[in-house]
Design a protein. Sequence first.
Length: 151
Amino acid sequence: MAENGGISHLSEFLDDRIGTHVRRITRLLIDTKAAALQPLGITVPQYSTLLSIKHLEPSSAAQLSRTGLGTPQSIATMLSTLEGKGLISRQASPMHQKLVEVRLTRLGEKTVDEADQLAAGIEADLRKAIGEEHFNSIIAIERVAKELFQK
């Protein structure tokens, strides 16, 4: 069992890592969005999925998976959950007999619009608090990371 000194040392060690700070910021954003979305009865991953459906509609489970939302299996589970909540509908495509189209229901449209207002407000608050110079630095860091790691 690690003593408090060991935990303190680990914390100091990890505080020197950029990934630690990126993860902490991400966690703060997700937790804040989760609290804001709770009254709507959806989670952050459900919101992300609904937002993707809205912008890709009509969509398919495979297309949603390719956007990086999750594996085909996790997307199938997510879509079942959203369908059970009455937020999406799934029906066979008139163009391709094996393709199932995913669309928002009226309730889904209303929910994702309300959720997006909340989530965008949280992001806008953070952006305002850090200022445009720091925001532009975040964009620059992302660009450098892409160039460095996506070879």
